[in-house]
Design a protein around this ligand. Structure first.
Ligand code: SF4
Length: 378
């Protein structure tokens, strides 16, 4: 399959401090912003930093990656051995995002910088094509969307995913994609063609089914309605889509009414099954989340501080309570999926086509597996 050339391919690689001719110049940056870019000179392969009027407030730091595939340690317990993350940082800007702390490795902060300073591996499709063409390539499942979202806004500019999907499919490599991005729809025809040759798994994360709350806590994401429509579009093409209700937010999204409405909408959108898990708050996300909660729902702050005082995880009691509340609803809407699709057996998400599975089981992500799993999934 031929993938369209990404927009950056025809753009000359300027010096790191230059920007696109049609973007703001660095001369317009405030001093602390210039320092930020200068700090990134330590990032291997940095080509340049770009701002464009279409992405106001964002800076894209384009890097040439040496490798696109990341090996997942066996000890992680993940149901996949390889991941690809074409972007670091994420404009979806979810307040609770576990990956925030990873931006600190780049001398950027885990708050606004994570949302606005996005590293783009502009050569990821080409590097990947070379990696998977090697005779020694194992052709194991490759997971996308494990750390940051591959269909975040930057993908509209850089168009890396078609080349990545094509490279994997052309080399008999199964893939899974987890996203909140409705830009996925652009690639559904390509994914459907890929699924004729390799297993393709699609997951959509839709945790908040209250428009006001969703816009407040995931302000860079497409609406819940738009994401449900994307699930429908994928289901109509034959994909068995897994929807992730993660994180469930205590006292914000765990009412019976909210969960019932969520599961009904997910079922009506044609999803195959649901995976859920309660909020956990790692350092990085934790400070950012508490700041947001204090602003938006100060009445809940003491309760959350108590709940997450000694651990990044919701308490066992809370998780047991949540399971008792949500499992019957999952059954009611027929969203348990199939036993042979569980983590550790076949993979994380629903696969297109194979309807041979039997038995039922829902998936609740327990605290023990949560750090790694959430890290892997979002
Ligand atoms: S939770 Fe996912 S979509 Fe949201 S900011 Fe993090 S990586 Fe992006």
């Amino acid at each position: 399959m031929d993938a369209p050339a990404p927009p950056w391919a025809s753009t000359p690689a300027d010096s790191p401090l230059d920007t696109d001719s049609n973007t703001c110049s660095n001369a317009g940056m405030r001093w602390n912003e210039q320092e930020k870019v200068a700090g990134l000179f330590g990032v291997k392969g940095l080509v340049r930093s770009v701002r464009t009027p279409e992405f106001a407030g964002m800076t894209f730091h384009e890097v040439l990656a040496k490798s696109a595939l990341n090996r997942v340690p066996k000890s992680s317990g993940m149901p996949f051995s390889w991941t690809i993350n074409p972007y670091r940082g994420c404009s979806h800007a979810c307040v609770y995002c576990f990956a925030r702390s990873t931006h600190r490795y780049l001398d950027l902060d885990a708050g606004e910088d994570f949302d606005r300073e996005v590293i783009v591996k502009v050569n990821a499709p080409e590097v990947l094509a070379a990696e998977v063409a090697k005779p020694k390539w194992s052709r194991e499942l490759v997971a996308l969307g494990t750390n940051t979202d591959p269909y975040q806004r930057a993908e509209g500019r850089y168009g890396l995913m078609p080349g990545i999907i094509t490279a994997l499919a052309d080399h008999a490599t199964p893939l899974s994609i987890l996203t909140k991005g409705t830009l996925l729809r652009r690639d559904l025809p390509l994914l459907a063609r890929a699924a004729e040759d390799v297993p393709v798994e699609i997951g959509m994360s839709i945790a908040v089914h209250d428009d006001t709350l969703q816009q407040a806590i995931e302000q860079g994401t497409p609406t819940t309605t738009a994401r449900l429509a994307t699930v429908r579009a994928a289901a109509d093409l034959g994909f068995r889509v897994t929807v992730f209700i993660m994180p469930v937010l205590p006292k914000l999204t765990d009412s019976r009414e909210h969960l019932d409405a969520a599961l009904r909408a997910i079922s009506e959108a044609g999803a195959h099954r649901v995976v859920y898990g309660a909020l956990h708050l790692r350092p990085g996300a934790r400070e950012w989340f508490f700041e947001w909660l204090g602003r938006e729902h100060p009445e809940l702050l003491p309760r959350y501080r108590r709940m997450y005082a000694n651990s990044p995880y919701a308490s066992r009691e809370y998780r047991t309570w949540l399971r008792a509340r949500i499992d019957p609803l999952i059954d009611r809407y027929g969203l348990r999926g199939s036993r042979d699709e569980d983590y550790g057996e076949r993979g994380a998400l629903g696969t297109r086509g194979d309807r041979s599975a039997t038995g039922t089981s829902s998936i609740a992500i327990g605290a023990e597996g949560l750090p790694q799993l959430q890290a892997a999934l979002f």
